[in-house]
Design a protein around this ligand. Structure first.
Ligand SMILES: [Zn+2]
Length: 231
């Protein structure tokens, strides 16, 4: 059971160090079988080189471990909350990639400084508020998920598939685990470009709305014409 799901989560986790998104055991990816209400996630504290597909832990959307010998990632409750709230999402990736973390630690949204950014997200990369003491002490990982969900009131997780958690780091998601890692990698690149932009020009401003719309819509709009057809 869930062999394919385990394999999908495993492959996506292996992609994290390949893409330079984390060192040691930082970061985790999960893959959801929405129909079964079960997701496969990286075990806690196991180095990427030592991982096998069989090590993936299967957890249901209530938080119960369905299968697995190892403890799931400590961030599992965050993944669970996001899957419950974002119904089209079937893959989630959390890393501590350097530039995205730098913006999260600076407690700043990433401004949409250029068309590379607008190709993926038609606005700033959103940032959560700093968590309250009460939330930190109670259900820290669950509250991290709740904070993201609250921030997305009025935001479409299909259009903005990435977020910065203040003082912590990035979460990204997508229709599959592979797509979630892709978005995490895109976010890291956008974070780096924005950082360099401000280094070169401290008073750089976001690009104008027409340019944002042009770039976002030609790739994602109903009349998208970028690439070789709809994904
Ligand atoms: Zn983390």
């Amino acid at each position: 059971m869930y062999k394919e799901l385990r394999r999908e989560a495993f492959e996506a986790n292996r992609e994290i160090p390949r893409q330079g998104l984390a060192i040691y055991t930082f970061g985790n990816v999960s893959a959801l079988d929405r129909k079964a209400g079960v997701f496969a996630i990286k075990p806690s504290g196991v180095a990427y080189d030592d991982l096998t597909a069989d090590d993936m832990v299967l957890v249901d959307l209530e938080g119960k471990i369905v299968e697995g010998k190892l403890n799931p990632s400590s961030d599992t409750p965050t993944h669970r909350i996001l899957y419950r709230a974002f119904e089209t999402v079937s893959g989630i990736c959390h890393t501590h990639s350097c530039y995205a973390v730098a913006w999260a630690q600076a407690c700043r949204e990433i401004p949409v400084f250029g068309t590379t950014h607008a190709d993926h997200v038609a606005g700033n990369i959103p940032l959560t508020e700093v968590m309250s003491d009460e939330a930190i002490k109670n259900n820290y990982e669950e509250e991290t998920g709740n904070q993201i969900v609250r921030l997305f009131t009025g935001l479409d997780p299909n259009e903005v598939a990435m977020v910065l958690v203040a003082c912590h780091g990035p979460f990204a998601w997508g229709a599959s685990a592979a797509k979630a890692v892709y978005n995490a990698r895109v976010l890291e690149e956008l974070a780096k470009m924005a950082c360099l932009t401000e280094t070169i020009n401290a008073s750089a401003r976001p690009i104008k709305g027409t340019l944002i719309e042009k770039h976002y819509q030609r790739k994602h709009g109903k009349d998208a014409y970028y690439g070789q057809g709809k994904e």
